[in-house]
Ligand binder design. Structure first.
Ligand code: NAD
Length: 436
């Protein structure tokens, strides 16, 4: 099949590459010419495990191309994916200007039947808005399909190639057949393609992300309670996770959810509900808890230094909003760094993949280490903010030698408490006993 993908960020580039991998002819369009040049020269603009191999293979075999000109991409395509940003607007609602703007541009170019598929996360009713824009600007036949993306950064290729489910919102029979044919190779093991109407499909994506965010905020509240009642959140997590009705995933407590999806999607769903005069109480609590949770580690640091961490030097391990990505959008680390800088501390940070993006935010305000141990040099304490595998079993003798004091604030609960006792650290984690 001939496919166009508009927008080549984390979703668009993975979508385009993975669709090429099953034999489709894919052209990806992006407005960012520099990015397009990079990709045309065979360079990946993002870090995503497993993507590079597929990216090169499909470029080399002529199935994956890049352009900054929409007209080049859509003339031949039967399906056009929109993988454009939907950032929060000032009122928290998703900003649809990218999606509706692209729909207008596409409308002016199409002359025969096209299926226009929204992969971006968009509020209920967006398919109708896209349809209205297209109707206004073209006489060609088209169908607008909602096909929310559930991939997770860090395992995006696997998620795309072997999805738990694919949700397709359309009542157009022709579009349904095309989508079923396109996705057939990805559901050979029997995972479902769930067809539904556009509105239900649009809401499904927000419901999924908001439910997962709720699980995280719930566990963060349990963690906070654990600290007060001298219980261990890891034990509680294991105790409830063994119940099939609850499940083991998304029960880890920490320093709050971040990333380009959960914060904006929870906010957008709450705003959508509000627009329909519905007060979605749980979502408001989820957001409040998450906001507070980002401050928890800073409060622990401040308390340790009797309210005044001024002049202290901190090593930070982990900047990305989660491991295996270079994405720092809404990363709790950014908030924590800002707070510590404001309190007069200095910071040397290390992250395996996100350093360049963080340099773009903080520039020379913090120092950057070449590796995790270099960050520790002469630091008063270590803060762990992303649970990269490489931080899980460090050489604690080396850590002890390099740090000025054996003090660790762990926002991701990476280490065994007994190990910390045996090694003689002050170890302050989330929802667990303070090792002092
Ligand atoms: P992104 O910011 O990484 O990428 C968006 C891309 O679109 C950029 O490369 C940008 O240059 C390009 N772009 C902007 N305007 C354009 C235009 N008019 N024409 C062509 N290209 C244009 O965004 P993302 O993380 O890939 O997210 C895209 C959508 O997918 C969002 O709605 C997001 O909520 C949703 N989503 C994201 C994830 C994720 O993990 N990142 C997962 C599921 C769904």
């Amino acid at each position: 099949m001939k496919i166009a993908v508009v927008g080549t960020g984390y979703v668009g580039l993975v979508t385009g590459t993975c669709l090429a991998e099953t034999g489709n002819q894919v052209i990806c369009v992006d407005i960012n010419e520099q990015k397009v040049k990079k990709m045309q020269n065979g360079q990946l603009p993002i870090y995503e495990p497993g993507l590079e191999l597929l990216f090169h293979r499909n470029i080399n075999q002529g199935r994956l191309q890049f352009t900054s000109t929409l007209v080049d991409a859509i003339a031949e395509a039967s399906i056009i994916f929109l993988a454009l940003p939907t950032p929060p607007g000032g009122d928290g609602a998703a900003d649809l200007s990218y999606v509706l703007g692209a729909a207008k541009d596409i409308a002016k170019l199409i002359t025969d039947y096209k299926v226009i598929v929204t992969k971006s996360t968009v509020p209920v009713g967006t398919a109708d808005k896209i349809t209205a824009v297209l109707t206004e600007h073209t006489n060609a036949e088209f169908a607008v399909v909602s096909n929310p993306e559930f991939l997770r950064e860090g395992v995006a290729v696997d998620d795309f190639m072997k999805p738990d489910r694919i949700v397709v919102g359309t009542l157009d029979e022709r579009a349904r057949k095309l989508m079923a044919e396109l996705y057939g190779p990805y559901v050979r093991q029997g995972n479902p393609i769930i067809f539904m109407d556009q509105r239900s499909s649009e809401l499904t994506k927000y419901a999924a992300n908001s439910f997962l965010a709720t699980k995280i905020s719930f566990m963060n509240e349990i963690a906070n309670l654990c600290e007060l009642v001298d219980a261990d959140v890891d034990m509680v997590r294991r105790g409830i996770g063994a119940d099939d009705r609850i499940g083991r995933r998304f029960l880890f407590s920490g320093i709050g959810y971040g990333g380009s999806c959960f914060p904006k999607d929870v906010q957008a769903l709450a705003k959508s509900a509000h627009d329909y005069s519905y007060d979605f109480k749980i979502l408001n609590a989820v957001m409040d808890v998450n906001y507070i949770q980002k401050t928890v580690l800073v409060e622990k640091v401040k308390k340790y230094y009797k309210g005044d961490p001024k002049g202290k030097k901190f090593a930070i391990w982990g900047l990305a909003f989660k491991p295996e990505t270079d994405d720092i959008r809404e990363a709790p680390a950014l908030y924590i760094i800002e707070e510590l800088l404001a309190a007069g501390a200095t910071i040397t940070a290390f992250d395996p993949e996100a350093m360049n993006n963080v340099k773009g935010v903080f520039g020379g305000k913090i120092a950057y280490a070449e590796n995790q141990y270099e960050a520790l040099n002469d630091a008063d304490a270590l803060l762990i903010l992303t649970e990269w595998s490489v931080f899980r079993t460090p050489d604690f003798d080396m850590v002890e030698k390099l740090l000025k004091a054996k003090v660790i604030f762990d926002g991701r609960n990476l280490y065994d408490l007994q190990k910390m006792i045996d090694c003689g650290y002050y170890y302050n984690s989330i929802g667990r006993k303070l090792i002092n």
